[in-house]
Write a protein that binds this ligand. Structure first.
Ligand code: GLN
Length: 478
């Protein structure tokens, strides 16, 4: 069976027409996992037995001629910071090494109801902090396109698993680019929804004002199907909302779109190979009639600095719950304080500790105004930049990563250079906007992605444009 050509639509159709059985599909993907996992390290857990049982249930439905749910028999993988009831959820950290999720995240509940088969939980940078997958306590994931390269992060395992045909779709969390960056580096599609479009219930919190769960897939159509399943208001997350009227069919034909090109996204800090791919994509879109307008997002350059104040602040508060008493691992001491200190010193990794310290500092009396409050004001400026831009254009186009994927180990000892990978993805998170990264070219065997960014809740427009780009401009699946 050619796993690489299987999409969600093809699986459901093939099951209905009895071209193949659910068991054949699952066996194909599980075999591929066991063949490749040693090299790639995309998974923290694999659920072979349950996956096979679920496939049998789907096959029984087919035999009984029952209507199949929309994701019947579709193998998906879930980032290990999203809860699946009864399974480990490590968030890539030793501190949660023994933690078993007591309930399903809303996203997982919806996927199960839709008939998806969860094949495993994927590797990630510890607590989703990182841009390469190398900050996982469970070893780095490798880029399936070239095993010497990092797959991007923090949803490293989810992207690698899709790219290596170990599942059809996967889910990650995107706080500053953690779905889009690994999608770009692995040559697949990754989408970050509007803040609030998808419930965060059951997502282990990193920075609650920025975190969103999003799909990773081979093509934009699958990403759209997966997003449609997980979106919507959930009473367990007060920041979630129903996709409003805005989420309807786009009334504007694609060719009448005006796309904005922020001049800050194609300048000096962007590697030449990436600029070339962006330029080639623009030229092709132009030939099909789409108009472009150069614009400025003047505060974009402050995004990374602003993010690395707001996020540590939220991290220092969100991660206070890992105290050796309530969750996960414990290193007991004589006094309560010793238990806290021993546990956190022993089981948190360096990047997590760095952020907790930074966050505690920027929130402390005397520094709050100078750092945290100021960063919040800059965040508002970035929101306003986008608002202004969207008065003139329908969408914004930019590279996803400022550079080519980097080699494993290259940035490991230099946190600042790791942070710079977020330059072009972090603005959408700070402004709460939806964005999608799609493959646009390659340099050697290293993939390069570009991203479309849309106004809030214009996911439909986002998918239409990305789909047009994929099918008309870079047809790979014909
Ligand atoms: N590189 C970002 C960070 O380390 C990615 C965060 C994310 O999107 N989860 O914070």
């Amino acid at each position: 069976m050619d796993l690489s050509s299987l999409t969600i639509g093809k699986i459901v159709q093939g099951l209905e027409s009895k071209k193949f059985s659910g068991q054949e599909i699952i066996d194909g993907f599980l075999d591929n996992i066991s063949k490749k996992e040693k090299k790639i390290n995309a998974f923290i857990s694999v659920f072979e037995k349950e996956a096979k049982e679920q496939a049998k249930t789907i096959d029984a439905m087919v035999s009984a001629k029952r209507k199949l749910p929309p994701l019947a028999g579709v193998p998906v993988a879930i980032k290990d910071n999203i809860l699946v009831k009864g399974k480990r959820a490590t968030a890539g950290s030793k501190i949660l090494d023994n933690y078993i999720a007591p309930y399903d995240a809303t996203v997982v509940k919806k996927l199960k109801e839709a008939g998806a088969i969860i094949v495993g939980k994927t590797n990630l940078d510890e607590f989703a902090m990182g841009a390469s997958g190398e900050y996982s306590a469970y070893g780095p994931t490798k880029n399936p396109n070239d095993l010497e390269y990092a797959p991007g992060g923090s949803s490293s395992g989810s992207a690698a698993a899709v790219a290596a045909n170990m599942c059809v779709g996967a889910f990650g969390s995107d706080t500053a680019g953690s779905v889009r960056q690994p999608a770009s580096a692995c040559g697949i599609v990754g989408m970050k929804p509007t803040y609030g479009a998808v419930s965060r219930y059951g997502l282990i919190a990193m920075a609650s004002s920025l975190d969103q769960i999003g799909p990773l897939s081979k093509n934009t159509e699958d990403a759209r199907i997966l997003f449609d399943i997980i979106k919507g208001r959930d009473e367990m997350d007060s920041t979630s909302c129903e996709m409003g009227r805005e989420y309807g069919a786009t009334d504007k034909p694609i060719k009448d779109l005006v796309i904005g090109l922020p001049k800050e996204c194609s300048g000096q800090g962007i590697q030449k190979e990436v600029r070339d791919v962006l330029e080639a994509s623009i030229q092709k879109l132009k030939q099909s009639g789409i108009k472009f307008e150069i614009l400025s997002l003047p505060h974009l350059g402050y995004g990374v600095a602003c993010y690395y104040i707001i996020t540590p602040a939220e991290v220092s508060s969100n991660l206070a719950r890992y105290d050796g008493i309530r969750y996960g691992m414990s290193e007991p001491g004589d006094e309560l304080l010793d238990t806290y200190v021993n546990t956190r010193a022993e089981y948190f990794g360096n990047e997590v500790k760095r952020r907790i310290m930074l966050g505690t500092y920027v929130l402390s009396a005397g520094y709050y105004d100078a750092y945290y409050l100021r960063a919040q004001k800059v965040r508002t400026k970035i929101v306003e930049d986008f608002k202004k831009a969207f008065e003139k254009v329908d969408l914004i186009l930019a590279p996803t990563l400022p550079t080519l994927p980097f080699k494993l180990g290259d940035r490991l000892d230099d946190p600042l250079s790791m942070y710079l990978a977020d330059l072009l993805t972090v603005p959408a998170n700070l402004a709460g906007l939806p964005a999608i990264s799609v493959p646009a070219g390659k340099s050697g065997n290293l993939p390069i992605g570009i991203q479309f960014i849309a106004p809030p809740f214009k996911e439909d427009l986002l998918f239409s444009a990305a789909n047009y780009f994929e099918n008309e401009i870079t047809p790979r699946h014909s």
